[in-house]
Design a protein around this ligand. Sequence first.
Ligand code: SAH
Length: 381
Amino acid sequence: MEPLPLVLTPPRGRAKPPRHLADLTLAERQDAAKELGLPAFRAKQLSTHYFERLVDDPEQMTDLPAAQRAELVAGFLPRLIDPIRTLEADRGTTRKTLWRLFDAALVESVLMRYPDRVTMCVSSQAGCGMACPFCATGQGGLQRNMSTAEIVEQVVAGARSLARGEVPGGPGRVSNVVFMGMGEPLANYKAVVGAVRRLTSPAPEGLGMSARGITVSTVGLVPRIRQLAEEGIPVTLALSLHAPDDELRNELVPINTRFSVAETVEAAWDYARTTKRRVSIEYAMMRDINDQAWRADLLADVLNGYGAVPDGAGGRRRQGWVHVNLIPLNAVPGSRFTRSREADMDEFMRRLNARGISTTMRDTRGSDIDAACGQLAANAD
Ligand code: SAH
């Protein structure tokens, strides 16, 4: 007889999060209900509670027979993310939540309410394996991929607090989701695409959001960018470029040693062409590192190398295929990277705009609660 394994709990990072209805399509939920010996229509009722009414207390699911409720909730709505702490800024309109996952991994999400929209910034991995030296998350390495439902739950939690009027400004809805929290979304491709499908499917299968309100941000995993273009879900692609030349980008975004600036920008251009969506180029402004005027000119040249289309009169016309977002660097404590001077950022932006590249400066909401881009590090203390 084989001896019993000594390790009774799976090694950290190996166990999978429990299955949740947000991991499944409506048809898969119906099959799963039947497997539990329950009528398929219960799957739809549960989905309505979860995605449409945003109910999380089983007691409120009064259309489910009390005898089946516990089984349905255990089978479809296991608790996946537990709030450990919420920090608020901007008079409560920016809220960062630290979540504990079933295996004690920690991730963060940020809700940002603006006059005309609410954006949820979500994590797609616990930690990140991309090791960008200026990013707080990148310093700790990757712990594990998140499941589709763990990703969706962050948005549903935000939707609940808005619907309940817990965010100043009255009851509201989540209009935008950006995959700009912890992790490299395209390194967790399947779960992220599943989450995008759940966010965009009409209720009660999903949250019924518009794909136009969703942005997937990536270091530039070229084969995955190409795959995403073929999914038929026109989300906005954000490419974290941060340098127009391989020499510097190899250092700032180490995956660049696998996929060069030219290959990466070409994949982004192909994404724009296939999906008809404008691509965002993210560029964190780092003092004396990537903020020189000549680099602005080079960035414009690199981006202007694409996007020219026939003008119908025998010539070529430039299409505004990209938008550059300059992000004032949120300095990570102990890091040698610091934020650019105002004058250098202004000049950088001016040069890009002058060369026909539409460019704006990203606001740094949440930086005082370590909730701005690149600051999410999930410290429990
Ligand atoms: N892995 C994805 C999502 C990460 S975070 C990606 O790299 O795109 C979203 C954006 O914040 C990325 O553009 C990332 O480069 C940027 N970022 C990381 N650290 C930052 C910092 N300290 N200050 C400003 N932006 C930062």
